[in-house]
Design a protein around this ligand. Structure first.
Ligand SMILES: [Zn+2]
Length: 399
């Protein structure tokens, strides 16, 4: 109960300061650049995440010329004091710099966050307009029964939502918020694609390729029948390909199948034993599949799967489709059957990125020195590391 009342308290405190951690001034910003900037900060402040470091606050204060006195800077969120409303307020650093840039009131009590403020949603709409001639409805209120739907393409029965991480975290949205939007659209025959702020910021090429694919505007076409399958053992090579072409990035796997056009890797399918596997009954899982960006490799999935079935499949094969971006159509086409639907998963927002909850379980937090009498959620809330929930997964099975 303490937990929930604490959450409510924080929610109440921030009722009027819903922020969006937005602000991509560098549309092509890649993970590499991001890592580089982390390194630069590391050298400058000698603290990789510069959480609450005195030096960071002093440096920020000098930069901000005393007008805005930083009370706290943690996890990319400033806490300032406002002389007008005589209270503290929180603001993500990207929203802060954007408000400074457009010379508008900074205080999120005096000037509450409004979702139209995010330039990223604008960038996404512009990108769709550049590549799609059909009707585009912005801020539709019919589909979601009065709630706003960011981008709707009626001809394609397709919709997009842009989700700023902080504003869509547990502080402001219920756990099933994204799932409900996905389901409500589905009931009306519309596929809803969720675009998360960090993906747009750090994996924009992959997101754009995905959008083009949904619009039916993928630029390149290769036929799988003209390609050769090779088994790949070099993990660095796999990692490079996945980090650049798959929204979920790298994962360790047992069987790594690559499809090569001439000598270029154009498609990849990875397999391992599923978490439900026991020594007695092994169950396979298709862990990753993707084509190289902006390329339709016709027949790639079925060719790779067929190879796996002939050479390795000695038991059931399962796979998961992320409902935030997929309706599982590919797996149905490949002969998989729907086997279950999982509840929304949550991630923690760490320095503006969704991080897997695995590293923030209670036993790990206790090892890090946090109070063993508190729940993981309580500890994370106190650290101001908030949860964000997706739409859950579809689980498919091939007997
Ligand atoms: Zn104020």
């Amino acid at each position: 109960m303490d937990n929930i009342s604490k959450l409510k308290n924080i929610k109440e405190k921030k009722k009027n300061s819903c922020l969006n951690n937005y602000g991509v001034e560098y549309p092509q910003q890649s993970k590499n650049i991001f890592n580089k900037s982390l390194k630069t900060k590391e050298i400058k402040y000698n603290d990789k995440h510069f959480n609450n470091s005195e030096q960071m606050i002093n440096t920020k204060n000098n930069n901000i010329k005393n007008k805005y006195k930083v009370i706290k800077y943690e996890n990319q969120i400033f806490t300032f004091y406002c002389d007008k409303c005589n209270s503290e307020y929180d603001i993500t650093h990207s929203l802060y710099f954007n408000r400074r840039r457009i010379k508008t009131e900074i205080c999120t009590n005096c000037n509450p966050y409004n979702s139209n403020e995010s330039p990223n949603e604008r960038f996404i709409i512009e990108f769709i307009k550049e590549n799609y001639d059909g009707e585009i409805i912005e801020k539709d209120r019919n589909i979601l029964n009065g709630k706003e739907l960011d981008i709707y393409l009626p001809k394609l029965n397709l919709a997009f939502e842009y989700n700023g991480l902080f504003c869509h975290s547990e502080l402001y949205k219920p756990d099933n918020y994204h799932l409900n939007k996905t389901e409500t659209c589905l009931e009306k025959g519309i596929q809803l694609i969720h675009i998360w702020e960090d993906d747009w910021k750090y994996k924009q090429n992959i997101v754009k390729s995905m959008i083009l694919n949904k619009l039916g505007k993928t630029q390149n076409k290769i036929y799988a029948r003209k390609c050769k399958i090779k088994e790949i053992t070099d993990n660095k090579f796999i990692k490079f390909f996945l980090d650049n072409n798959h929204i979920q990035g790298y994962i360790t796997s047992k069987i790594k199948l690559g499809l090569f056009y001439d000598d270029e890797l154009v498609s990849i399918m990875l397999f391992g034993y599923s978490r439900r596997s026991t020594n007695k009954t092994k169950e396979w899982e298709l862990l990753r599949f993707c084509n190289i960006l902006n390329t339709n490799v016709v027949g790639s999935a079925s060719k790779l799967l067929k190879y796996f079935i002939i050479n390795y499949k000695d038991n059931k094969l399962i796979t998961f489709a992320d409902k935030s971006i997929s309706n599982g159509g590919l797996y149905k086409k490949l002969g998989f059957k729907l086997d279950g639907i999982t509840k929304p998963n949550f991630y923690y927002i760490i320095d503006g990125i969704k991080k897997h909850r695995f590293n923030y379980r209670k036993n790990k937090l206790i090892k890090m020195g946090f109070d063993k009498n508190k729940s993981a959620r309580q500890i994370m809330l106190e650290r101001r590391l908030y949860r964000i929930y997706d739409s859950g997964n579809l689980r498919f099975i091939l007997d």
